[in-house]
Design a protein. Structure first.
Length: 132
């Protein structure tokens, strides 16, 4: 399951469907649909991986449309472990404003925009439960 928080910044939410690919030690799974996100919201999205991928190395988020999204926190629970990720301060969109810096790159409030975002694992914690 993914726990995802969207920034409280103006227009940080999106009505576009965000997708995620999970990249592990020896395989990847995705893209998986995560849906839409509201400004300032924290949501839990269940995702069933297609195969055993080993320990998660990074996530790749993608948005193929123009309604930008600005995430602020992402964590993932997988195979009895909790993963934390470095979330770059970056809009996820193919286009956000008329202020074009270079092809496929935009700047809104000093934050760049790209159609994909790679989040590297920065923490991995074993989850212990009373249940097998």
């Amino acid at each position: 399951a993914f726990t995802i928080r969207t920034s409280h910044s103006y227009l940080a939410g999106t009505i576009d469907n965000i997708v995620a690919t999970v990249v592990g030690e020896y395989a990847s799974s995705g893209p998986h649909s995560l849906g839409v996100f509201e400004v300032g919201s924290t949501v839990v999205r269940e995702v069933m991986l297609y195969r055993n991928i080993g320990a998660i190395k990074h996530l790749i988020f993608a948005n193929n449309k123009t309604d930008g999204w600005l995430p602020s926190y992402v964590a993932c629970e997988y195979d009895n472990e909790l993963y934390g990720f470095n979330v770059p301060r970056q809009w996820l969109s193919t286009q956000l404003s008329e202020e074009l810096l270079e092809p496929d790159t935009h700047l809104v409030n000093d934050v760049r925009s790209f159609p994909t975002m790679t989040l590297k694992t920065n923490a991995r914690i074993q989850i212990y439960t009373d249940h097998p």
